[in-house]
Design a protein around this ligand. Structure first.
Ligand SMILES: Cc1cc2nc3c(=O)[nH]c(=O)nc-3n(C[C@H](O)[C@H](O)[C@H](O)COP(=O)(O)OP(=O)(O)OC[C@H]3O[C@@H](n4cnc5c(N)ncnc54)[C@H](O)[C@@H]3O)c2cc1C
Length: 456
């Protein structure tokens, strides 16, 4: 969509930030909440993402949990291409402890899936374009009930009731916000022109360095881990057999996730100083160090793709909402990638928000005209946001605590700690109850799945 589209003056829901989280949410709102007829604006400063790279050329991969696949399928966002993870193998270099989990023992087709972030963002762009185009067509015929079909899914809503309207405000930056009782007002800058947009609900998905967090005076716990995540794709001489490896070592954890048949996506965590050394190595020297760290579990490493590095820190906003602004994704919680939980947690948050809006809308309660209907139809009403926050609190707290603990425990070469970690992995592997709990956490199903229209 071109950048010269007018900025709408009023919408029901404004999503600020079109990264993996904001983009997914915009599509989900249009797909699942068609009958509610909300108008949605997706405002993105793209192409530069808050983490400093071109959003659509994000070179990372994401390990999606089993739960994320279920939820994203219901939200019509699941991408076609993914590599299933049939087994997870966690070990500690130089020690006996290890944990193995298989999809078979957990009774699921895959423990998780690996997707390419660049491809996922592209897939989202197509979906967003589809809904924004639908809106353009409808606007040109002065009708929002223009017949349309959704080429991406069989589970689309009846086209004759397809009332979701998406304004895609690309290369637009939100530069300020003011809140009133019944709406929030955003200043949206496009080139040198600033326009005003009101919204009943604002979802801040503007990344780890969220400006909205600052403007809304949302205090958060922030910790710099003084580590970076180095990522690259590694070509293998033998098939990976869909096993995902996480190996803890003195310098930090390294994960190798299955891609295609003979590739692994590497995420290696290292302290800042050691990371500078690793990034300066030639490809051959780097591969040799990686091979030494990993042994021959995955055969011989024969080629290394481009390396890039990501500073790691924790951002934990203890509340979900300030007035009519709800924080999501990195803007709300930026996690260490050690357990691959950041996006997965955001997916569960998005699923829960959509389920809350869906069940509080007048169409689902058939209470048109009553006072309760007026309030529940307002997507930014305190009762809606409180219900969402209550529902999500426990899972959010557990996930942050688990990730932060793993990032700290599996760090450093102190032999006493190393023995403890090893003992922990051993007992986790041998105690069936502990293995089940670990398995459910890895699959993202500990908190249950939100009530959504899952495809059969
Ligand atoms: C190395 C690494 C590996 C990871 N691996 C995994 C994994 O395996 N599994 C997992 O679940 N998670 C993983 N994560 C976490 C995951 O990458 C994040 O959860 C996810 O990228 C967060 O996306 P986001 O949309 O919230 O933020 P961003 O991607 O930062 O998007 C923010 C968007 O907001 C826009 N924006 C910013 N300010 C404004 C403004 N004022 N106005 C308009 N737009 C604005 C930007 O242009 C950008 O498009 C990993 C993270 C790292 C660092």
């Amino acid at each position: 969509m071109s950048t010269d589209h007018p900025i709408p003056t009023a919408v029901d829901i404004a999503v600020v930030g079109g990264g993996m989280v904001g983009g997914t949410l915009a599509v989900a709102l249009c797909h699942v909440l068609t009958a509610q007829g909300y108008t949605v604006a997706l405002i993105d400063a793209d192409p530069a993402s808050a983490e400093g790279t071109q959003a659509h050329s994000d070179p990372r991969t994401t390990a999606m949990s089993f739960a994320s696949r279920q939820i994203l399928s219901a939200l019509s966002c699941w991408p076609g291409d993914s590599s299933p993870i049939h087994q997870v193998h966690v070990s500690h270099r130089g020690y006996l402890g290890k944990v193995r989990l298989s999809a078979e023992e957990l009774g699921v087709p895959a423990v998780g899936y690996v997707i390419d972030n660049g491809q996922y963002l592209q897939h989202l762009q197509q979906r967003i374009h589809h809904y924004a185009e639908q809106h353009d067509q409808a606007a040109s015929t002065h009708s929002f009930t223009h017949p349309s079909t959704d080429p991406f899914t069989d589970a689309s809503a009846d086209p004759s009731t397809d009332k979701a309207r998406l304004f895609h405000c690309q290369q637009c930056t939100v530069t300020g916000i003011e809140q009133q009782d019944d709406h929030a007002q955003l200043s949206v800058q496009q080139l040198s022109v600033t326009s005003q947009m009101t919204a009943k609900l604002v979802v801040a998905a503007d990344g780890a360095r969220s400006s909205l967090r600052e403007w809304c005076h949302l205090t958060s716990r922030e910790t710099d881990y003084e580590q970076v995540g180095i990522i690259a794709n590694v070509t293998l001489d033998t098939p990976h057999q869909h096993i995902a490896y996480e190996r803890f070592a003195a310098n930090g954890p390294v994960a190798l996730l299955p891609l295609g048949t003979h590739q692994a996506s590497m995420v290696l965590t290292a302290d800042n100083h050691h990371a500078s050394h690793l990034l300066a190595l030639s490809d051959d020297a780097f591969l040799a160090q990686l091979q030494q760290l990993f042994g021959r579990r995955l055969g011989r490493f024969i080629e290394l793709g481009p390396r890039s590095s990501w500073p790691l820190y924790l951002v934990d906003s203890r509340v979900n909402c300030v007035g009519r602004v709800l924080f999501m994704g990195n803007a709300a919680r930026t996690l260490h990638p050690v357990a691959g939980q950041g996006f997965n947690l955001a997916v569960r948050d998005m699923g829960s928000l959509i389920a809350t809006l869906r069940h509080r809308s007048p169409t689902s309660h058939e209470t048109h005209g009553s006072q309760e209907t007026q309030a529940s139809h307002d997507p930014g009403d305190a009762s809606v946001l409180n219900a969402y926050a209550d529902n999500r609190k426990k899972d959010q707290q557990h996930t942050i605590a688990l990730t932060d603990a793993l990032a700290r425990i599996f760090r450093g070469a102190n032999p006493a700690f190393s023995h403890l970690r090893s003992a922990g992995l051993l007992s986790l592997d041998r105690l069936p109850g502990a293995r089940q709990t670990f398995g459910r956490a890895a699959m993202g199903v500990s908190a249950g799945l939100p009530d959504l229209p899952y495809p059969h």
